[in-house]
Design a protein around this ligand. Structure first.
Ligand code: M6R
Length: 611
């Protein structure tokens, strides 16, 4: 988590840093800070809370330096406070550092430095870094610029954990050093100026030419030059990539929040995901996935590994793969998978889903699968992100930038893409052609069906008004509808702070029904005609105990319920793409009723780059 920004050039750094931090705030918003070099002295200003709090400090306008680093924090070590905010300096204020990641051996390093009379002001893991750089700098025989570079390289050799770092020094006021290990960092190349950022969109309005740093590549940056080195201080060559993205997609476009904009964009994002990959008359083409029949025939298990909402997309994809490809699928949270010894052979195919492509647990799980010789496929929304560089194959969702912390359009695009991949595999394997043709037609109709669902949101808004003060809300469904219940429940929790549980409808009576009492809300998803009667019985069981019901369905219902949201009929396997939308909107409107910050819920960050 945490967002990092840097600038070195001919203009004042402060406005550029603040602009970048505002764009990176989705990565964490516990505190923010910047440091610039003013007349060979490092000046640091930081504050608890949002970037706005930092920018409100009057003194910040006096910063005139043309080199600077900035940070927006998601607290790991040390509570959110001004003192724990980045940048952190060494005891002499000669080196200043911003850091995204976790230094796992920071206590040992702190002891090492304390025994050499270094003092610590904060509770962070980061503060050891500028002090170690100072220590290594003081003890180096090098001279000139190499001395600065070597001190940073030597420091990184002492660090265990993950980091993206920017370092400036008052002794080298025209240079900045940046490096990454298991945390993202990109460098934007300008004319007589260079930009550094945790992600591309934050600096895309300044430049289109990007160097994507790999682990333990060190960049020595001045305003008109960038040199790259490896850990052995050997110069390495890197090419920049020209990235074209529509920056307007990172604006709110008149919507009050990114989340509402992104919910409403789903027809477009799903259309982009489909692209020209499927058509009703020809075989599916996934140009980046060059998999042949001989190989696919050897696959006897598919793992789908991801976190949070991306994992929920995986849960939905399991029955799609199993019914079309007839290969068993296991879905697992990356944070669990990475720390056990999963049975993976060369006949196991592992799919990793990550909107950001930077989720630490997902990257680690991918590395584990690769180490066991499994073929790996990354599904990501962010071009060039870490998982896409690690995996054997990458397929992009093309959903467009997702800014709101609560994932919406990325989720629906992930399901659609997974369905397309399942179809692609089944076609290669010559399996289930009738099922596939029906499914393809319904996938092609999804964009217009999404528009249909989004047409009338008044009933959802009114229901949100009715229930926003509740303490517990339940979500139930059977089969694929249960996977949507889980996602609906997560959406509600993360942006409304209402406790919620998702259960397979048939499981309620095995315990959770004890929690159902008068006026508790139960949200139910009903899209499987074959299970309709069973599911209705489960709903009646909670109604009998006094529950209020909010039902999302594409079936004809004879019974009366408190609120019924009808969605268009579609193939059962992809019904989650439609049925989740009312749940996204319900969570959104409840959060708005409560007056909460929908896009930046407390304690969360968009990209979880620490484990
Ligand atoms: O970027 P990723 O898809 O890897 O992110 C995974 C989760 O952190 C993410 O889906 C999270 O659960 C969202 N806040 C859900 O809305």
């Amino acid at each position: 988590m945490c967002g990092i920004i840097g600038y070195i050039g001919e203009n004042k750094a402060k406005p550029i840093l603040i602009n970048g931090l505002l764009r990176l705030e989705y990565r964490g918003y516990d505190s923010a800070g910047i440091a610039t070099i003013e007349k060979d002295e490092i000046k640091t200003i930081k504050n608890k809370g949002r970037v706005k709090n930092l920018n409100d400090i009057e003194e910040i306008n006096s910063l005139k330096g043309t080199i600077g680093i900035g940070h927006t924090r998601w607290a790991t070590h040390g509570k959110p406070s001004s003192i724990n905010s980045h940048p952190h300096a060494d005891n002499t204020n000669c080196f200043s550092v911003v850091h995204n990641g976790i230094i796992e051996n920071y206590s040992d390093l702190k002891e090492f430095l304390k025994s050499r009379k270094y003092k610590f002001l904060s509770e962070t893991d980061t503060e050891v870094i500028p002090n170690l750089i100072h220590f290594n700098y003081q003890n180096s025989d090098e001279t000139g610029d190499t001395k600065f570079l070597k001190a940073v390289v030597d420091t990184c050799k002492m660090l265990k954990g993950s980091y993206a770092l920017e370092v400036i020094s008052s002794a080298h006021p025209n240079n900045m050093i940046v490096v990454r290990k298991d945390s993202p960092l990109v460098i934007g190349k300008g004319l007589n100026e260079n930009y550094i950022s945790s992600d591309i969109p934050a600096i895309l309005s300044f430049t289109k030419d990007f160097y994507i740093l790999n682990d333990l590549e060190f960049a020595y940056i001045s305003r008109n030059n960038i040199e790259f080195y490896n850990e052995d201080l050997e110069k390495i060559h890197k090419d920049f990539q020209n990235i074209t993205l529509d920056t307007s997609s990172t604006e709110k476009d008149g919507y009050p929040d990114f989340m509402l904009k992104e919910i409403n964009e789903q027809s477009k994002s799903v259309r982009e995901t489909i692209g020209s990959r499927i058509s009703s008359s020809s075989k599916t083409i996934i140009s980046d996935l060059n998999i042949n029949k001989k190989f696919l025939k050897t696959i006897n298990k598919i793992y789908i590994i991801a976190c949070g909402t991306a994992m929920h997309a995986g849960l939905t994809a399991k029955p799609i793969f199993e019914s079309l490809c007839e290969i068993p699928v296991e879905v697992e949270p990356a944070s669990e998978f990475r720390y056990r010894n999963p049975i993976i052979t060369q006949n196991t195919l592992c799919l990793f889903i990550s909107q950001s492509g930077e989720t630490a647990d997902t990257i680690a799980a991918l590395k584990l699968a690769k180490s066991k010789n499994s073929k790996t496929i990354a599904i990501s929304n962010v071009v060039g992100s870490s998982i896409t560089r690690e995996a054997d194959y990458t397929v992009y969702t093309h959903a467009g930038p997702e800014i709101a912390v609560a994932s919406t359009k990325a989720y629906t695009s992930q399901i659609v893409l997974l369905a397309i991949i399942a179809i692609y595999f089944a076609e290669i394997l010559d399996k289930n052609s009738t099922k596939i043709n029906e499914l393809k037609n319904d996938i092609l109709l999804l964009p217009s069906n999404i528009e249909e669902v989004l047409k009338d949101t008044e009933k959802i808004k009114a229901f949100a008004k009715r229930i926003y003060k509740e303490k517990d809300i339940f979500f139930i469904g059977r089969g694929i509808d249960y996977t949507v219940a889980v996602e609906g429940s997560l959406k509600l929790k993360e942006i409304s702070y209402i406790h919620s549980e998702a259960y397979p409808s048939g499981e309620l009576k095995h315990g959770p029904i004890a929690l159902i009492e008068n006026d508790v809300t139960v949200v139910s998803i009903l899209t499987n005609r074959l299970l309709l009667e069973k599911s209705i019985s489960n709903i009646q069981e909670v109604v009998t105990r006094g529950a209020k019901t909010f039902i999302v369905t594409n079936q004809e219902l004879n019974d009366d319920f408190d609120e019924v949201i009808n969605i268009p009929k579609t193939n059962y396997l992809i019904s989650p793409v439609l049925s989740v939308i009312p749940l996204q909107l319900l969570a959104y409107y409840i959060s708005k009723e409560k007056g909460l910050d929908v896009d930046k819920p407390r304690n969360l960050a968009k990209s979880v780059t620490v484990e």
